[in-house]
Design a protein around this ligand. Structure first.
Ligand SMILES: [Zn+2]
Length: 170
């Protein structure tokens, strides 16, 4: 296990079967930082590795977890969004990904210099997973509970059934 590099060549033979890990924050993830309100956390733990797939393709696999601050779109109060992503993408070489790969396969295009920049990859993955309208998990419930009728207010008694009973007794 090595420290997450700024960039690496995924097609270099010694990169295969290697793993890297590191912590990323506002400085390394500027685009993501722009979506996190000031003073709120942005902590990301990254573990990625390169493996060879069944078709000879190079796959980037890993785990990206952490937390970042957002504003709840319901109560407009700060909230922390936690995430646990498990990317598994095919790294496209200069000639593109192997043609035999099925549709729906996530493919990572490298920069023009043929290098993989882990922080950029991680940032992209988190941006894709970021909820469009973040909310506290129990925010709606908390509001609803206040309007629930109290217990013992004629629960289960159908008003028409009550009427029938009254008619019969006259
Ligand atoms: Zn809320």
């Amino acid at each position: 296990m090595s420290r997450l590099p700024v960039s690496l060549d995924p097609f270099q033979p010694r990169a295969l079967d290697q793993q890297w890990q590191g912590e990323l924050g506002r400085k390394e993830l500027p685009r993501l930082a722009a979506s996190v309100p000031k003073g709120m956390p942005l902590n990301v733990h990254v573990l990625i590795g390169l493996v060879r797939g069944l078709l000879g393709e190079i796959r980037l696999q890993g785990a990206i977890s952490g937390e970042l601050g957002q504003q709840c779109q319901r109560c407009l109060q700060p909230m922390t969004w936690t995430f646990n992503l498990e990317p598994d993408v095919v790294v496209a070489g200069p000639e593109g990904p192997p043609g035999a790969l099925g549709e729906g396969q996530d493919v990572l295009e490298l920069d023009e210099d043929g290098l993989l920049r882990p922080a950029e990859f991680v940032e992209e993955e988190i941006l894709l997973a970021l909820p469009l309208s973040p909310r506290h998990p129990d925010c709606g419930e908390r509001v609803q509970r206040e309007f629930e009728p109290g217990a013992g207010s004629g629960e289960g008694e159908n008003p028409f059934a009550v009427l029938k009973k009254l008619r019969r007794s006259t």
